[in-house]
Ligand binder design. Structure first.
Ligand code: FEH
Ligand code: ZN
Ligand code: ZN
Length: 358
């Protein structure tokens, strides 16, 4: 690979496997900033993108995968803003229009132009319709999308931009219900769930009750500070209720979003409780009155997070309150990481290190 090229893991046809290829190294113009990638996390959503059928996503192929990126600024366009050349950063992944009310408040995850009404955006962000960071370099549309990380290790920093930020945003959605040390149930202790446990312990007084289907995930939940962790069983709702003195959970963070996880959420929620559905597991919830949902239930569907929240997540990590469980892979190893993630074999988060040892 010459200095004028970059390796990249790209989606070149819908439903086909990603391929490792070489591209001309981008040159930043206008407000653009070029980041040398030091680490790029792999997410369950990457599998959804890879497996998408033609026309199901508003993205044009080919594009480079990778929406969870940390690196160093190496070149800036003449009108660029933000971190200087040489500064280590993480990349805020949801790239909005940058001009609507949500974008100008830092909530590009809820850009008004990404709605069905105005598909002005042809992509969700880095690695999601736009070239992402599963590569040697990443061209970022604006320095507004970069958050400095100081000396935080890139392999720890990259997952903060998606797994960490999404978990933090979900906790924020239910935070007001957590004030009195009530029980909060975390469904799924994977890449996002294990960080949610740590965020809850670091920023709330809630009692954290974790549920997963894998025994090794329960060990991870314990290591992350969960007060209680259990496998999903037929009596899990009763077990969790007993852990909340019969009142039920003041909040449930569902990082799975499957039929069984949503059923468990409904069964353990306290009246007036909060349900945040984060996972895209295909489960459905019937909202009807009267119905299965306890009275007063509030439901949110949090998506990713905001730039100010990403700054807070980076601060939590830099002060030692967040530790990401990672599996490292080289750039060519990304394909192996994808298959391990698909098999449910990844512990914590898979992170690709382009300059890592081959
Ligand atoms: C990205 C794109 C679309 C759906 C979900 C996601 C998440 O991985 C972002 O955290
Ligand atoms: Zn993601
Ligand atoms: Zn916008």
């Amino acid at each position: 690979m010459s200095t004028g090229e970059t390796r990249a893991v790209r989606l070149t046809r819908w439903g086909g496997p990603p391929v490792l290829t070489e591209l001309p190294r981008p040159v930043p113009t206008g407000q653009e900033v070029l980041v040398r990638v030091e680490a790029a996390g792999l997410c369950g959503s990457d599998l959804h993108v890879i497996d998408a059928t033609p026309g199901s996503l508003p993205y044009r192929i080919p594009f480079t995968l990778g929406h969870e990126v940390a690196g160093r600024v190496v070149e800036r366009g003449p009108q660029s803003v933000g971190p200087a050349v040489g500064e280590r950063v993480v990349v805020y992944g949801p790239w909005g229009c940058g001009r609507c009310a949500n974008c100008t408040s830092g909530a590009e995850n809820y850009c008004d132009r990404r709605t069905a009404l105005d598909r002005a955006l042809t992509g969700t962000g880095a690695g999601l319709g736009h070239d992402g960071g599963m590569a040697d370099v990443l061209l970022v549309p604006s320095g507004r999308l970069l958050v400095p990380v100081g000396d935080l290790d890139a392999v720890q920093a990259a997952p903060l931009t998606d797994a960490g930020l999404t978990a933090y945003h979900a906790v924020t959605a239910v935070r007001h219900a957590l004030a009195d040390g009530g029980g909060v149930v975390v469904l799924g202790v994977g890449g996002l769930g294990h960080l949610a446990v740590q965020i809850l312990r670091a920023t709330t007084t809630a009692r954290v009750l974790a549920v997963d289907v894998r025994a090794e995930a329960l060990a991870l939940a314990d290591a992350c500070g969960a007060h209680f962790a259990t496998l999903l069983r037929p009596d899990t709702a009763q077990v969790l209720r007993a852990r909340t003195a019969g009142a039920g959970a003041v909040a449930v963070l569902d990082f799975v979003g499957s039929r069984s996880s949503l059923e468990l959420a409904v069964a353990v929620l306290r009246a007036g409780g909060e349900l945040a559905v984060v996972g895209s597991g295909g489960g459905e919830l019937t909202v009807r009155k009267p119905g299965a949902l306890p009275p007063g239930t509030r439901i949110s569907l949090p998506f990713w997070g905001t730039v100010p929240e990403l700054e807070r997540v980076v601060t939590l990590a830099r002060e030692g309150s967040l530790r990401v469980e990672v599996e490292r892979y080289t750039l060519p190893g990304a394909l192996e990481a994808i298959e391990r993630l698909r098999a449910g074999a990844v512990r914590g988060r898979a992170v690709i290190v382009p300059d890592g040892p081959s």
